[in-house]
Each structure stands twice: as C-alpha cells, then as structure tokens.
Design a protein around this ligand. Structure first.
Ligand SMILES: [Zn+2]
Length: 436
C-alpha cells in the first residue's frame, strides 16, 4: 500500500461532473483528482496534451507495473474511475448456504421454504463465517457501503443473525459501512403494539456507524394495508428509515408500491424509504404503471432493482424457459428523477445460485436486461450514489466524487466508457488515498 497525492487523466462518469465540465471535441474532458490526507481536495480538468483523450476500445490496457509503482502521482491515461462502490441490497445472513442445501424447486416461495429448513442449523459462528466471506468479496470488488437485509421471523425474539451482523458492522466499519434492515413478514405488523415493539428493538440497535432500518416483505400472498400502515407509523415513531421488499412477483394486481407512495405522502413520513424489486410494476398497463411512478416521484421513494435474482426467480416453472424478465421500470423511474439503485440481492443461497458481491456483476446482467444505454456515464450511479440510500435523518447527502469526500476510488485499468461494464477487471482500489 502507498499513499497518493494525485491521479491525473481519469475519465469520470458524466453524472459525477458539474454541468459546465469542459468537453474535448466529442469527448468529456479527463480529470485530475488531488487528495489531501484521506480526502479528495480538488477535481479539475486535465491539461490538454496528447495523452489526454479518453481510452478507446483498442487502447492498450494500463500496464500493471504502472499501478504497482510507489509514485504519489499516477497518470491514469484516460482509465475509467468511479468512487468507492455501494451494494444497496444484499442478504449476508442467508448467503453461501446453497451448497449444503442442494437442489431447490424454482420460484420465490419455494426458496423461502428451503431457507426456513436451513435456518435450524444457523449458529453465530456459521453466520459469522458466511457473512465475513461476503464482506471480504465485497471489499475486494471495491465496495465501501453495503446494505444487508436480515430475516426476522419472531415478534419478540431478536434473530441471532441481527446481533452477529451488528458486531460485523462494527468490526468492518473502517473498510465497509454496513447497514442492516430487519426483514419482517408484514403479518407481524398486524397488531400496532407488536409493530411498535419491533420498531423499538430495531431503533435500539441503530447507530451512525451501523444504521438499522425497519423492513418487511410486501407481497400479494400476505397483503394487509393496515399492517403496512402500522409498519410506517412504528418507523415514524422511532425515527427509523424503511427498506422493504415490495411486489417481488409478476402479479399485476400487486398494490405494494402504490400503497407505500400514498402512505408516505399522507403521513409526511420523514425517513428514507427504499423499495426493492417492485417487479409487478412491469406487468401493469403503461398508463397505470406510469401513474404509480408519478406518485413514487412525488413521495421521494428510492427504488432498488435486483437484476440477477429477478432473472433467477421470476417466471420460474420447472422445465420451461422463462419469458419475462422481472425488472421494474427503471428507465421510466429515472426519467421522473426517481433514485434507482442496483444491488446483488441473494448470493449463492436458495433464492439465487450465483453471485459474488461485486456490484459490477449486477450491472453486467442488468445492462442488457434493461437495455441501458450510457451504462458508465449514467447508470453507474446506481452502484455508487450513497446519498440515495442515506438516511434523511443524516445531513451529509453529497455524492462520493467531489471535494471533501473520502478519497475512495475504483480504477478500471481495461474498460472503456462505450463498452462498460465489460472488461471491469482488473481494478485498482484506492481507499483513503491509499492504493490497496
Ligand atoms: Zn432481497
């Protein structure tokens, strides 16, 4: 590891640059990033000279030796650079269990059943070793922020994994900021007193270094508008953010997303509200779906799309090739200014056999799945924009690639902006201005 003072000729994504950032012909001008201690001090357009055009697809990769020098100034020669990455939606309590479980019948509800059986053998050391592996993989991929959901089935007993993940969040704080969301079946919020008790317990384990949110599983199989209202009332009472699994299905009648948008507006809910999945939105008529997105935009919700798990679980029938993708309407959401994040979701558990806690893996699958143009300049913010997940109870909502932010960068030594997210390995990870 060595400390950097400056990187020159970096190609930053358009979303992270000021509106008046200069162009160089048809290209976006490259950037020099100066560090002061562990922070970004200045970002300025690179001086023009022959090396200052962006990497072309045919350009030779940055020599590994260049990255291994101990120079305090690195010339990146047009390499793509993102801030430290974020994985907005994972399940590191359940992860890496599929190998011992074996074959699982297709579909979400079968996966839930298989997971319930496996839970009988969970112990603190089992959870700790699987979750630690997940964090190690995420860290190696360049992740600085990770949100994990944690299964919570009993109204009165805190799950083992909730405590283990809290300890891990504290231990990993200098490497990855881990936040937790309690994933509670909606039925447990039926009774308001139970809802308040659940929110109280979650709020007691909330801390700036390891935020805890109230979450739930909202699906047509357990739909209960009163319980949903209790969930939000309880979260509001204890000043909690909310992060939910919503309409993770292809049933066009699913009402979760619309009901949440209405509730949040009517209650003037103050915390951050994040809705993961919302697959059913893509099954509604355009008129209905776009009307719901208008409401979502007004109510300030963040959406999270989980391409790998949606492809794995939705439209799943044995011996039949799936026809439907399960991706929510992310282009229409962004067109309305709705924050859209992309996450790994389940990794090597009954819900999804594959995965590696590399947010770029979700992007590699999500980009063709959603036919997303400008993957680097526009969509890469879906794996970087920590402000979109950040609590509204916190004040700092600046994005991660500007003066004053922590000097955390991911440098892609091979990729070019047109072909991104292909060729995003190898990477050079810079943390607190140190080359790892
Ligand atoms: Zn999930």
């Amino acid at each position: 590891m060595h400390t950097l003072q400056k990187v020159t000729h970096s190609r930053l994504p358009l979303w992270a640059l000021p509106k008046d950032w200069p162009r160089q012909g048809s290209h976006i001008a490259l950037a020099d990033i100066e560090f002061k201690g562990a922070k970004i001090d200045r970002i300025t357009p690179s001086a023009l000279f022959e090396n200052s055009s962006p990497r072309s697809a045919s350009a030779p990769a940055l020599a590994p030796s260049l990255m291994q020098t101990h120079d305090t100034v690195l010339d990146l020669k047009g390499a793509l650079v993102l801030p430290g990455l974020m994985d907005a939606h994972t399940h590191i309590d359940k992860t890496l269990t599929l190998q011992r479980i074996g074959e699982v019948k297709p579909g979400l509800l079968n996966a839930i059943q298989a997971m319930m059986l496996d839970r009988a053998q969970w112990s603190p050391s089992d959870i700790r070793s699987r979750a630690t592996q997940a964090l190690q993989w995420a860290h190696a991929a360049g992740v600085c922020h990770l949100r994990t959901h944690c299964d919570w089935w009993e109204p009165t007993t805190t799950p083992l994994a909730w405590e283990v993940l809290k300890d891990l969040a504290t231990e990993w704080h200098s490497r990855i900021q881990v936040s937790r969301s309690a994933l509670i079946p909606l039925t447990l919020f039926k009774d308001l007193n139970t809802a308040l008790e659940l929110a109280k317990v979650v709020s007691q384990s909330n801390a700036p270094s390891h935020r805890a949110c109230l979450g739930g599983f909202i699906h047509t199989s357990n739909w209960d508008p009163q319980a949903l209202k209790h969930l939000f009332e309880a979260a509001q009472r204890f000043e909690l953010d909310v992060d939910l699994h919503v309409d993770e299905e292809l049933q066009p009648s699913a009402q979760g997303l619309q009901s949440i948008a209405t509730l949040v507006t009517e209650m003037r809910f103050l915390g951050r509200v994040v809705c993961g999945h919302t697959c059913a939105l893509a099954q509604k008529s355009d008129k209905e779906a776009l009307g719901i997105l208008d409401q979502v935009a007004q109510s300030g919700l963040t959406l999270v799309t989980l391409p790998v798990t949606n492809l794995w679980l939705q439209d799943a029938t044995p011996h039949r090739t799936p026809r439907l993708r399960g991706m929510t309407l992310i282009k229409e959401a962004r067109a309305r200014g709705i924050p859209v994040l992309m996450g790994s979701d389940n990794v090597q558990d009954p819900f999804c056999a594959m995965g590696s806690y590399d947010p770029l893996e979700a992007m590699i699958i999500g980009t063709p799945m959603g036919q997303l143009g400008q993957a680097f300049d526009h969509w890469s913010q879906s794996i970087c924009q920590t402000a979109w997940l950040q609590s509204k109870y916190e004040s700092d909502s600046a994005h991660a690639l500007q003066p004053g932010a922590q000097a955390n960068l991911v440098i892609f030594t091979q990729a070019n902006a047109t072909g991104f997210p292909s060729q995003t390995l190898p990477r050079v990870i810079v943390r607190d201005a140190l080359v790892l």
